[in-house]
Design a protein around this ligand. Structure first.
Ligand SMILES: *[C@@H]1O[C@H](CO)[C@@H](O)[C@H](O)[C@H]1NC(C)=O
Ligand SMILES: *[C@@H]1O[C@H](CO)[C@@H](O)[C@H](O)[C@H]1NC(C)=O
Ligand SMILES: *[C@@H]1O[C@H](CO)[C@@H](O)[C@H](O)[C@H]1NC(C)=O
Ligand SMILES: *[C@@H]1O[C@H](CO)[C@@H](O)[C@H](O)[C@H]1NC(C)=O
Ligand SMILES: *[C@@H]1O[C@H](CO)[C@@H](O)[C@H](O)[C@H]1NC(C)=O
Ligand SMILES: *[C@@H]1O[C@H](CO)[C@@H](O)[C@H](O)[C@H]1NC(C)=O
Ligand SMILES: *[C@@H]1O[C@H](CO)[C@@H](O)[C@H](O)[C@H]1NC(C)=O
Ligand SMILES: *[C@@H]1O[C@H](CO)[C@@H](O)[C@H](O)[C@H]1NC(C)=O
Ligand SMILES: *[C@@H]1O[C@H](CO)[C@@H](O)[C@H](O)[C@H]1NC(C)=O
Ligand SMILES: *[C@@H]1O[C@H](CO)[C@@H](O)[C@H](O)[C@H]1NC(C)=O
Ligand SMILES: *[C@@H]1O[C@H](CO)[C@@H](O)[C@H](O)[C@H]1NC(C)=O
Ligand SMILES: *[C@@H]1O[C@H](CO)[C@@H](O)[C@H](O)[C@H]1NC(C)=O
Length: 750
């Protein structure tokens, strides 16, 4: 019995020995790996068994050399943030190294492993926190895939890096901070490169010729950089290309007809550049095209008829160009896959052809800002997926009641913008809309600049998912209904320039999204997945960001109406409010101290009312305030002193005879408060008054408002409301200087 047991044990041992003999991890490899694991702070790798060839993520060859080290997404972190590459460098037989999606930090500078791993075929260090610059060359002649994307690497990508990389098929350095030129010498005769990705970096200069030599290139991406010059013409010699993505650069000049060579092209993304030619006549020959993204350029001429032969088209984005022509010439009926059509802001004219309704998968239609004749026709109901419809700022849109009755059948609609249509009609009233039961999913309703009369109808209260209600520049009368305060998701109420009267309803101060943001951000719809891209410049010098969440802001704009009474103290409950405009109304009484509870307020405009009393001292605690206007009221006393309030122009306070202290030039004579400013110097810098706002309003194409009868001094100060117009007539080119200056107020959704 005991003997049998011993024999059994022996058997196990010897089989283990045999096993080890086969796989036997070379001792030096074993210690290199152990050293590597010691440099990791977390997590503990289960690298305990005797044979390192059995360890997780490790594969050896028959001779016991480690060939694969693959530990993606293991949460790996380095102790002290230092990449001890010597342990890697000693694994000289590595062919596959995949440490992607970890938190490896430290610098790649002077790391030997680029130089000593002579058998490396696959290198994937993407999605880590690696710093440093690339070495001048990669020593392995076997290298096939290099993925260093989504790290923090910088410096140039030297041409010599690829010197011996004859078999390189994929090179991805996207999403780092590399700079300098795109190394187009990466392409050599008989190059096997298929995928090149330089996007999301700081590459600059023009792309020199050379890409044409990549005779197998399928994907070329270099978007979101600072590239300029003309498009590299010889790129069109790479007839294997399936994707060209160069958005958000400064390429200028023409797009040549050579592109018609690229018969396999499915994606052409040159959006946000400065291309200014006509479209290549034979673009439509590229019958495999799925995505044509050419928006935000200066392209001219008409759409080539051949485009309507691209039966695989999924997205056609031509918005914000100088294109034109009679759109009724186009026959959309072959574009059976079309999902997004964007022709916004061009010079197209003619009737939107009915053939568009045969594109059954259309999700987004944006043709606003053209000279089209648009009508809402019942056929639109055949577009079952339609979620984004923007037709505003065209011609001929009439019959708002009929339009609403048809559109309420579009069950998926998320965004509806019909701005500047239905001129002078009446807002459909509750009797007319008695059977209204639509818009269950609508997030944004824009009926601005329609000059609609009537009152705010209560059928709108059924729009339970509404986040943005934009009715600015109409002639809407009556009071602000209290039910607006119950819309569970409303966060932008935009109704300036109307004729609303009555008080500011206290109920509005309970708007859930402004009180507590109960419906949290993650619940919001990223319109990009349903609609069309929106871009946003956080400040003048930053690259524009793609604005994923359009409903990011909390605004109440009620300026230029006929509202009266006090500003309710309950307003302090709207803690998340970022912008409040009550200007040019008839509000009276004091400015409630509770406004200081609006701790996120950025823009506060109470100008041109009959407010009296002092500016609450608590205003000094509004840390986010970047624009304040209390001018032309009956305010008095000292302006509370804080670095912020004194940093505004005097014009923010002018027109209040009894107000004193900096930044106003008149000093407070008899100070009633200890903290009142001491105005011993006579004159405040008068240059402050000479901001060239008239220039700003011209640049913005400002249109004078109508409801001048209520608020005092409307004409005198119209320039100050230039920014409102951003809501109607959003600037196109993010790089237009003025747009940048006002970028913080910029929204782009139609
Ligand atoms: C292990 O590697 C060393 C070099 O690091 C080499 O000299 C030795 O021959 C290898 N052993 C085996 C069994 O392959
Ligand atoms: C560690 O790996 C060995 C096999 O290599 C396995 O038997 C053991 O369960 C693992 N331990 C843990 C904690 O995963
Ligand atoms: C790597 O190899 C060198 C020399 O072959 C040796 O000095 C060094 O200790 C090794 N490093 C590790 C971590 O094993
Ligand atoms: C690295 O591993 C990840 C996760 O398994 C995988 O998705 C990726 O394709 C690998 N990289 C390469 C270059 O094979
Ligand atoms: C390059 O790839 C080819 C075909 O896959 C192969 O035969 C050749 O050995 C590779 N060359 C190198 C240096 O790895
Ligand atoms: C390059 O890597 C990024 C992730 O960092 C990925 O999104 C992109 O698709 C890759 N490019 C190519 C051409 O595969
Ligand atoms: C860029 O890298 C960061 C950090 O790894 C990552 O969060 C982000 O998703 C990446 N962006 C793209 C476009 O791949
Ligand atoms: C690229 O950027 C660098 C650093 O900002 C600058 O020195 C260089 O002149 C730029 N090159 C071109 C061609 O614009
Ligand atoms: C593109 O190819 C054509 C003929 O195939 C050749 O004449 C031309 O020189 C090439 N262009 C470039 C820029 O390489
Ligand atoms: C185009 O794609 C087809 C199918 O994927 C392929 O057979 C053909 O070789 C490609 N043509 C070129 C020029 O790459
Ligand atoms: C569209 O394709 C058809 C058939 O392939 C062809 O006859 C017609 O000329 C093409 N139209 C245009 C405008 O290219
Ligand atoms: C559009 O083309 C289809 C066939 O593709 C044809 O049946 C239809 O009559 C055309 N419509 C117009 C208005 O030309």
């Amino acid at each position: 019995m005991a003997n049998a047991f011993l024999f059994f044990l022996l058997l196990i041992f010897s089989s283990n020995i045999i096993f080890e003999n086969i796989h036997a991890c070379n001792q030096s490899e074993h210690s290199s790996l152990l050293f590597l694991s010691l440099t990791l702070s977390s997590p503990q790798l289960n690298w305990t068994s005797a044979d390192c060839c059995n360890w997780e993520g490790i594969t050896c060859n028959r001779d016991g050399w480690v060939t694969h080290l693959q530990l993606p997404s293991k949460g790996l972190k380095l102790k002290g943030g230092i990449f001890h590459t010597s342990s890697l460098a000693n694994l000289t037989h590595l062919t596959h190294l995949n440490l992607s999606h970890n938190s490896l930090s430290g610098s790649l500078d002077q790391t030997e492993f680029f130089l000593s791993l002579n058998y490396l075929e696959i290198l994937d260090l993407s999605y880590n926190l690696l710093l440093g610059v690339l070495p001048s060359s990669l020593s392995s002649i076997h290298i096939r895939i290099v993925d260093l994307s989504s790290n923090r690497l910088h410096g140039a990508v030297p041409s010599s890096f690829f010197q011996q990389a004859w078999n390189l098929t994929s090179f991805n350095v996207s999403n780092n901070t590399f700079s300098g030129p795109i190394p187009s010498s990466i392409c050599r005769p008989s190059s096997s490169l298929r995928h090149l990705d330089f996007s999301f970096n700081n590459f600059n200069g023009s792309i020199s010729s050379g890409l044409g030599k990549c005779s197998k290139l399928q994907v070329f991406r270099a978007g979101h950089n600072y590239l300029s010059g003309s498009l590299p013409e010889d790129m069109f010699n790479s007839t294997t290309l399936e994707e060209i993505s160069l958005p958000l650069n400064s390429f200028y000049g023409s797009m040549s007809d050579g592109i018609a060579n690229l018969a396999n092209l499915t994606t052409l993304d040159l959006s946000y550049n400065q291309l200014s030619s006509v479209l290549p006549l034979h673009l439509g020959k590229l019958s495999k095209l799925k995505y044509i993204l050419l928006d935000f350029n200066y392209l001219e001429g008409s759409l080539p008829l051949s485009l309507m032969n691209c039966t695989n088209l999924v997205e056609l984005r031509m918005g914000s160009n100088n294109l034109g022509g009679d759109i009724s010439m186009l026959n959309f009926s072959k574009l059976s896959q079309l999902s997004k059509l964007d022709l916004r802001k061009n010079n197209f004219f003619g009737i939107l052809p009915r053939s568009i309704y045969s594109c059954k998968f259309l999700k987004a239609i944006r043709v606003s800002y053209n000279n089209l004749e648009v009508q809402i026709q019942p056929e639109i109901l055949s577009l079952k997926s339609l979620s984004f419809l923007s037709l505003g700022w065209n011609k001929g849109l009439t019959n708002v009641k009929g339009a609403m009755k048809i559109l309420m059948g579009c069950k998926r609609l998320l965004l509806l913008s019909l701005a500047s249509g239905f001129l002078g009609e009446e807002m459909p009233n509750d009797v007319e809309m008695a059977d209204f039961n639509g818009f269950q999913n609508l997030r944004l309703l824009d009926l601005s600049s329609c000059n609609l009369s009537g009152i705010i109808p209560s059928w709108l209260s059924k729009l339970k998912k509404l986040q943005v209600l934009d009715l600015n520049h109409n002639r809407i009368t009556g009071s602000i209904p209290s039910w607006l305060g119950t819309l569970p998701r409303l966060q932008m109420l935009i109704m300036h320039f109307n004729q609303l009267s009555g008080e500011f309803p206290k109920e509005l101060c309970t708007l859930p999204m402004l009180v507590s943001g109960r419906t949290a951000a993650h619940d919001q719809v990223g319109l990009n997945s349903y609609g069309l891209p929106t871009f946003f410049s956080p400040n003048a010098n930053a690259k524009p960001l793609q604005y994923n969440y359009i409903f990011y802001n909390q605004f109440i704009y009620l300026g230029h109406n006929c509202l009266s009474g006090n500003i309710p103290i309950e307003i302090g409950q709207l803690q998340l409010l970022q912008r409040l405009d009550l200007s040019a109304n008839n509000f009276s009484g004091n400015i409630p101290d509770q406004i200081s509870n609006l701790k996120y307020i950025e823009i506060l405009d109470l100008s041109m009312n009959y407010l009296s009393g002092e500016i609450p001292a608590s205003f000094t605690s509004l840390n986010f305030l970047s624009s304040l206007n209390v001018s032309y009221n009956n305010l008095g006393g000292p302006i509370p002193s804080s670095t912020q309030l004194q940093s505004f122009n005097a014009s923010a306070f002018e027109g209040n005879l009894k107000l004193c202290g900096a930044p106003l030039p008149n000093k407070c004579r008899t100070t009633t408060r200890a903290d009142a400013p001491d105005m011993s110097t006579q004159d405040v810098d008068t240059k402050e008054h000479q901001i060239p706002w008239s220039y700003v309003s011209v640049a913005l194409g400002f249109i004078t408002g109508f409801c001048g009868v209520c608020g005092p001094l409307v004409l005198m100060t119209k320039w100050r409301y230039a920014y409102y117009h951003f809501l109607d007539n959003v600037q196109d080119k993010f790089h237009v200087m003025i747009a940048k200056r006002m970028a913080s107020m910029k929204r782009r959704f139609v």
